[in-house]
Design a protein around this ligand. Sequence first.
Ligand SMILES: CC(C)(COP(=O)(O)OP(=O)(O)OC[C@H]1O[C@@H](n2cnc3c(N)ncnc32)[C@H](O)[C@@H]1OP(=O)(O)O)[C@@H](O)C(=O)NCCC(=O)NCCS
Length: 434
Amino acid sequence: MTALKEKLASQISPMRSRVKSLIAEHGERKLSEVSVANLYGGMRGVKSLVTETSAVDPQEGIRFRGYSIPEIRERLPRAEGGGQPLPEGLFYLLLTGEIPGADEVREITAGWRESEALPAHVKACLDALPTDTHPMTQLSAGILALQHDSIFARRYQAGMPKTDYWDPAFDDAMLLIGRLPLVAAYIYRRSYKGGDHLPPDPGLDWAANLAHMLGIENPEFRELMRLYLTIHADHEGGNVSAHATHLVGSTLADPYLSLSAGINGLAGPLHGLANQEVMRWIVNVKEKLGGGVPSKEQLTTFLWDTLNSGQVVPGYGHGVLRATDPRYIAQREFALKHLPDDENFMIVRMLFDLVPEILRQHGKAKNPWPNVDAHSGCLLVHYGLTEYDFYTVLFGVSRAIGVLSSLVWDRALGLPLERPKSVTTDWIASECAS
Ligand SMILES: CC(C)(COP(=O)(O)OP(=O)(O)OC[C@H]1O[C@@H](n2cnc3c(N)ncnc32)[C@H](O)[C@@H]1OP(=O)(O)O)[C@@H](O)C(=O)NCCC(=O)NCCS
């Protein structure tokens, strides 16, 4: 058993007892109310899920097991000579609540990389899709094809006690996360590089190897991938990718089926797809103006045109946050250090100065500040990853770390089938009339 699995195993029993006594002592305690507006308003703010791995404060943003993004950037182990946290360390933190040392992180890297060959049927499944199939569709299909190797599904079929569920869920998470960069790179190279695939480099950490298999051999891009794959991993439990993974997992569908569901949610333009929309928006502005960095006045006109035509400004606003997303700030700091004069970064900076005030004047968005997706595109383009449709795949590879960590805890705590009560508009109307 690895150090991580042993640590997890030691935490499960005390956590089960803690939850059991909370329910026994406070089971009837009300934590939230549900209004008619909530029912029609996407359940914003209704406390109805338990997620251990992270929590979002509207002003402060995400905290992973209590640690802010600046704190994890400071405290999580880094690659040799690197300045960014390794996603392997975040996985350890999300699962256990503890900051790992370099040895624990090395062990996770080794675990993720040990069975990373992509089975032939997975390649065949992806190859059966037209190369212009959206990369997120391919990612979801690739994850489903990998499900053939689910240990959870096999053990469940063979008969396993409920108390053991977490164990094969963990094993599936390890194998699946280990293979995701291979799936992502396979999609990228078949869709955009004529199927000229690159073998993994066994000497690299998980994120750097993804950078390598994409075909971008730049140490700064490796650093970007480490940062990117860390900060996109988790955003508490109610966002669509996390919630969908959790919901499908509550049927005891295995981690592959559950993650695929989450990835399908991430593929929506109001969720993860916004990162590709941001770059498309910027390029569209540049094309219309004949290239270069537009003036403030020109950008302002474009922003109002977008809003007046009934579209959203991509990368701005959030379901929960009410301040600038710390994940945006982390990427901005990276850009200020590594690419301060990049043309697209200059536009992203100008948008940061302009959009909040314009959205305030527009008067609809509750949060006029940038979210995580407002920044990533310009960084990726800078290093040569210019295929916008692919960006959400990177988000998905990262998100797997968070939602699968949560799924392991869902099974460890024996959380039941999720089945909220729905009501009809007639029922609401009659309830309100009484
Ligand atoms: C993220 C997002 C989906 C959150 O949705 P939400 O919680 O419903 O947001 P709000 O409560 O602030 O929405 C209230 C109104 O403001 C509008 N609004 C929110 N963000 C907006 C934006 N960036 N541009 C224009 N209008 C926006 C909404 O469309 C909504 O309009 P409506 O009443 O006509 O339906 C929304 O801000 C958005 O669409 N942003 C752009 C897409 C994006 O960046 N997504 C990535 C999220 S990480």
